[in-house]
Design a protein around this ligand. Structure first.
Ligand code: SAM
Length: 326
């Protein structure tokens, strides 16, 4: 049912994500010493427009803040992070080299085999990446990689989760560790049924009375049916990416249902526009406003209003007071 060239277009959205991050790093919006190792000829890549750099900045600091607060909330016990559609994301290395490294028990990344193969090779080739991963072996004929803490798994997340994620045995993903699921710009490429099947599969693994809390963070575009959303959609079509089905959560108010419908107790969502206006500290806003000329604040806000971060946390026993997202 999935045209192979359609899948190639979906996989290559990771190149856009990595180039956007590289650009924001090179323009000093964000510190990230690792992203260039995942982009061939990184020093020759053109910068993205200021509006994209600001968007990448807001998205990145917002997700970092939520991940950090989850890691800090688990009563001192180490946490497990599972990133679905991880692409070239560098979060594992940034955490492993950072002050919260001791709070990380496992970090699991899943993507299409073509993308995990490339990532596994990049890790093996680069000593800075390899050092933080620790002693590691290639698995699945080079499509995956495993170390004590870091796991890279090839899978098509549209397949039934019991098949796609069969490799996530309790050796790799333990239901007794507080666990955070990251869906950064990935659910939009799946049908609503496949997305909720995936979330429910994890919920089922964390449903025993003594299971640890399960948290989730989704970053996505929404509101694609209004006039500006239509423009954003046509940009995707130009790049051959077709989105499956009708938009399940067309407004920011509807987004928390992504988690609430699976029994998550604390849920919420904020647009990047609101996050930039209300949660990015004034001195940071001041700093990034001086990096590049951005004359169209209205256009920036229109774009940022179409992206949101949604979160939820679910405990199978008594509702947890530990992490309420924002
Ligand atoms: N999460 C990364 C980030 O935010 O930088 C990458 C985002 S990129 C836009 C989307 C990623 O999701 C790509 O790496 C793509 O291959 C992956 N992806 C999309 N659909 C997938 C599927 N059905 N199975 C596995 N990976 C998928």
């Amino acid at each position: 049912p999935h045209a192979p060239d359609g899948d190639a277009a979906i996989r290559s959205t990771d190149n856009d994500a990595a180039l956007a991050r590289l650009s924001a790093v090179q323009k000093h919006y964000l510190p990230d010493p690792y992203i260039r190792f995942f982009v061939p000829r990184a020093h020759l890549q053109p910068a993205r427009p200021p509006l994209i750099n600001v968007g990448t900045y807001v998205r990145s600091v917002a997700i970092d803040a939520l991940v950090e607060s989850f890691m800090g909330s688990a009563d001192g016990s180490p946490v497990q992070i599972v990133s679905l559609g991880a692409g070239s994301d560098t979060r594992f290395w940034r955490i492993a080299a950072g002050e919260h490294a001791g709070r990380l028990a496992k970090y699991i990344e899943v993507d299409f085999p073509e993308n995990t193969t490339k990532k596994a090779m990049a890790i093996k080739k680069n000593k800075d990446l390899a050092a933080l991963v620790g002693e590691a072996k290639l698995v699945n004929g080079g499509m995956g990689l495993q170390s004590a803490m870091y796991h890279l798994l090839p899978a098509d997340l549209r397949r039934p989760p019991a098949e796609a994620l069969a490799a996530l045995t309790s050796d790799i993903m333990s239901p007794s560790l507080p666990t955070l699921l990251l869906f950064e710009c990935v659910l939009v490429y799946m049908t609503p049924a496949a997305s909720s099947g995936l979330i429910q599969w994890f919920v089922d693994r964390f449903s025993a009375p003594d299971a640890a809390p399960l948290g989730g963070i989704v970053y996505e575009m929404f509101g694609l049916n209004d006039s500006f959303g239509t423009v954003m959609m046509s940009n995707l079509r130009v790049r051959n990416v077709t989105l499956p089905g009708a938009e399940p959560y067309p407004t920011v108010a509807s987004l928390p249902a992504r988690f609430a419908q699976h029994g998550f107790q604390h849920v919420g969502a904020l647009t990047l526009k609101d996050i930039r206006q209300r949660y990015v500290e004034a001195d940071e806003l001041q700093r990034i406003s001086q990096l590049e000329m951005l004359d169209e604040i209205e256009e920036l806000e229109l774009v940022l209003a179409h992206y949101a971060i949604t979160w939820g946390v679910r405990t199978s026993g008594a509702p947890s007071p530990t992490w309420a997202g924002w």
